[in-house]
Design a protein around this ligand. Structure first.
Ligand SMILES: Cc1cc2nc3c(=O)[nH]c(=O)nc-3n(C[C@H](O)[C@H](O)[C@H](O)COP(=O)(O)O)c2cc1C
Length: 238
């Protein structure tokens, strides 16, 4: 009997070493079907998934994301993109004259990408595969160029899928009392200490890298804005 959704969630751990075994087509289809069933704002579904099974393409993708070997090693790498190309095509067919998509369109599609890729991840884990998410938002245009994606399509996140060749210990999460609360914001007096206690070295290095001046997400913002504009989005207020 396959595990329940909650069991699958409780066992989750990212896998970065994969066995050299292909994912059978029927399993791949079940994983993609799970992503396709995900909820979507207005049921607009501005999401497209490309299943990258070609080893040469996966090798190039691994290099684009900074030499992450698991991208080349996993037999399948699912690329999830925010996609208005097909919706603009559909609008034209419907006789609707469309404006340029902007930040609002992009944010909603990015949320849909997050949900759909999460559902794919759970389906894959339930089928006994290991997965790891891989950020594509730091250099989305190189991924789009490599895969020959049309305008108005921006790759955001990848999911490496394959049979696990490692079994790491589960990684820590914030305690429930600081992660969630009822009717109000969580308010332990030692909120900051409780949060930082779960990060290696108390979080100093990580926080400097992502929250300090000129940090990683500033780089992401510059790359994203540049790529959005290149790919036909308006990256400023309307
Ligand atoms: C949006 C997103 C982007 C991520 N990007 C990467 C990545 O580029 N490379 C990587 O090895 N792991 C990546 N991860 C995996 C996280 O590092 C991992 O989920 C986190 O450390 C917690 O570990 P766990 O999933 O084993 O519990 C990403 C996860 C998410 C949700």
């Amino acid at each position: 009997m396959s595990p329940s959704c909650l069991e699958t969630i409780s066992r989750h751990v990212s896998i970065r070493k994969f066995r050299d075994e292909p994912v059978p087509r029927e399993d791949l289809e079940r994983i993609l079907e799970a992503a396709r069933r995900a909820p979507s704002s207005w049921n607009l579904q501005p999401v497209t998934v490309i299943a990258v099974t070609d080893k040469g393409l996966r090798r190039s993708l691994a290099e684009i994301v900074g030499g992450q070997e698991h991208v080349a090693e996993a037999p399948v790498f699912l690329v999830f993109s925010a996609d208005y190309h097909k919706l603009l095509e559909a609008s034209r067919r419907a006789g609707v004259s469309v404006a340029q998509p902007g930040l609002g369109h992009f944010v909603v599609a990015a949320i849909d990408v997050g949900i759909a890729s999460g559902w794919a991840a759970l389906a894959a884990e339930e089928l006994g595969y290991g997965i790891v998410f891989v950020a594509l938002y730091a250099d989305p245009c190189r991924v789009a160029d490599l895969l020959g994606l049309p305008l108005h399509v921006v790759p955001l996140v990848g999911l490496a899928v394959g049979r696990p060749a490692e079994s790491p210990e589960p990684r820590p999460r914030q305690p429930l009392e600081v992660f969630a609360a009822e009717n109000q914001y969580p308010s332990p007096i030692d909120l900051g200490d409780k949060v930082r206690s779960i990060y290696r070295g108390g979080g100093t290095k990580l926080f400097r890298y992502v929250l300090g001046p000129n940090g990683y997400y500033d780089h992401v913002a510059r790359a994203l804005i540049e790529c959005l504009e290149k790919r036909g989005f308006r990256a400023t207020a309307p």
